[in-house]
Structures are given as C-alpha cells and as structure tokens.
Design a protein. Structure first.
Length: 271
C-alpha cells in the first residue's frame, strides 16, 4: 500500500510471520474493517487471530479519534469515502474485501460503490447492524448528532457495548460524545442515491435483538448486489459481533474465502 494508505486512518491488526512493514509478502487478500459510530480501530483487535495467516487485516480509523484525534471528523458518508478512496486505488492491495459495522457498514457500502465506479471494486462486502441503504434516511429521521450530551449518553447506554465505568467518567464521556456526534452525522445526513447494484458478493449480519436493524429493514439488501447476498443472524443486540469475535470472524472468513475463490475463477460464480 502507498504512503497515503499508511496514514493514521489505517491500523494494521497484525504482522504476519516473517514479515516487516518495510518488506511484506503480498497477502492473499487485504481485508479492511470499518468501525461503528463512536468506535475506533481497536474494536476489531480480537478478530485478527481468527483469519488465515496469509491475509492482511487493516482496521480503518476515521479522523477525529486515536492518532488523528486533532483532525476534523468526516461529517458525511461522501466525506469518509473521499478520505479513504485514494488509498484503495493502489493496485498493490488487490484483491481486497471490506466490512463495516453500523455506521461503518454505510461507509463500507458507499466505498464499495465508489471503487466499483473506479474499476477497482472489492471482491466482497460485509455489513452488520445496518438497514438497507434505501431505508437509512427513513429509519434515522432525527439528527442525533444534535442531541444534548445527556441524551447521547443515554443512547450509548441503551445500545450496550460501552462499559459503565467509562460512562461515569466526565472527561471520557465528553470525548466519546464528541466522537459520536461526528459519526452520527454520517448516518443522519445520509441520502441514498439511485444507482446500479453492486457486482460483488454481499454478507449481511444482524443481531436478533438489535433495535436499529430489524428484519423488515434488512430485506432490502437483496437488491443491492447482482451477486450472492447472504444473511447471518446472531443472538444479541446491536453489538453482538463483539460478544463473539471468534465465531463472527470465522463466518466472515468463510464468506471472503468463497468470494476469493470466485474472483480467481469467475466462471464458477453463482448468484
């Protein structure tokens, strides 16, 4: 990957045996993982060990947190795509796959659309905890990024996934709310633009008790790809994937491996 892709927005989750950053063997596939609203690259730290050792895992960290905490956040899905797309035009990362949870799923979807328009699509797209894109603006009708801090804290507490001790620290809460506001703007200002369906396999994950992505809002994903669309439902709520990183990552790896085989032999692809 070029210099731009090694910026603060891209976090390597592991170094494969015998490799160094300066001289790494070409991976079988590069997997990009995009965090949820208010999250960071660290959300995927527990996933790395469950993927094949010959794969490269790179967690995306949008501006406004972590190493780029001083940078202005992306305020729309289009801004996030513009920030990430240049790195993915590098031919050295092909083949590549992308997965995103919740807000990250929306960014991953729009990123896949943009890269397909550019002629460098991912071989696979995975999303989790996100309604079908056509329904996002209908599902999230309120500008949550404009909510007062108290309401945003209650929102985080209601979804789960945030340790209670963090929500009891005023300094930590102030930081988390600031990050969350920027990310919620990405979702709550989103307007779906009509366009052709994607051409790569698509995997859609959801939690049985997820209040943000219910069964009736997920079905529309079927129309978003002309290739295979698979649905995986898991026990738990919005952050179910972090409750079981092993099984979740293994399921992802199976789907990506199948897409990788089809990419190498397009004649064997079945919708």
């Amino acid at each position: 990957m070029n210099t731009g892709a090694t910026s603060a927005m891209f976090r390597e989750l592991r170094t494969r045996p015998g490799e160094t950053r300066a001289r790494a063997a070409r991976p079988d596939v590069t997997c990009f993982l995009i965090h949820h609203a208010g999250g960071s690259a660290a959300a995927f730290a527990d996933f790395a060990e469950f993927f094949p050792p010959s794969w490269r895992l790179c967690a995306v960290e949008l501006p406004g947190r972590g190493l780029s905490a001083g940078d202005p956040p992306c305020r729309s899905a289009a801004e996030a795509v513009r920030a990430l797309a240049p790195a993915l035009l590098d031919g050295e990362i092909r083949p590549w796959a992308v997965f995103g949870h919740s807000m990250g799923g929306l960014v991953a979807y729009e990123l896949a659309r943009e890269m397909e328009r550019c002629g460098t699509p991912p071989i696979w797209l995975g999303v989790s905890g996100l309604p079908a894109p056509r329904l996002v603006s209908d599902r999230f009708t309120e500008r949550r990024d404009l909510w007062p801090q108290e309401r945003l804290v209650a929102f985080m507490r209601g979804l789960g996934g945030t340790p209670e001790e963090l929500l009891e620290s005023p300094d930590v809460v102030e930081y988390m709310v600031e990050v969350l506001r920027g990310d919620l703007a990405i979702v709550d200002t989103y307007t779906y633009a009509d366009g052709p369906p994607l051409g790569m396999p698509l995997s859609v994950h959801s939690g049985h008790q997820d209040p943000l992505a219910t069964g009736d809002t997920l079905e529309g994903w079927r129309a978003q790809s002309t290739a295979r669309v698979e649905f995986h439902s898991w026990p738990g709520g919005h952050f179910q994937l972090y409750d079981r990183p092993g099984p979740f990552a293994l399921r992802m790896a199976e789907d990506i491996d199948r897409a990788l085989a089809e990419d190498r032999d397009p004649a064997g692809r079945k919708a």
